[in-house]
Ligand binder design. Structure first.
Ligand SMILES: [Zn+2]
Length: 108
């Protein structure tokens, strides 16, 4: 079984940073709004941007968690669609990839 220790550490580092970022974004979202209406309109726009960021970050967190689970179960690096090994160049570029290049393109 291939050893994914280094990769796993890398994924966990990234996960920690992302969780930190989400905490920061959610802190910003909870900040009390300025009672002045003109200010408030701008703040609401900022909230929409922050919420979009939050969603993107949460999506990535999910992917990284899934990759770590797959490392633990020994299925990391195997395509979930066709069961063939995922090319190592692809895993280097996208460590949380769960399908090989062929299956990813087939789905589009
Ligand atoms: Zn595949």
């Amino acid at each position: 079984m291939p050893n994914h220790d280094a990769l796993r550490r890398q994924l966990e580092d990234r996960l920690t940073r992302l969780l930190h970022r989400v905490g920061k974004i959610e802190g910003d979202l909870r900040q009390t709004h300025d009672p002045d209406w003109a200010e408030r309109a701008t703040e609401l726009e900022n909230d929409a941007v922050l919420e979009g960021l939050d969603e993107m970050t949460l999506g990535e967190i999910e992917q990284i968690r899934a990759a770590i689970r797959r490392i633990e179960s020994g299925s990391y690096g195997t395509c979930t669609a066709c069961g063939r090994p995922i090319a190592s160049e692809r895993l280097l570029a996208v460590p949380s990839a769960i399908t090989c290049v062929t299956c990813t393109h087939d789905r589009r």
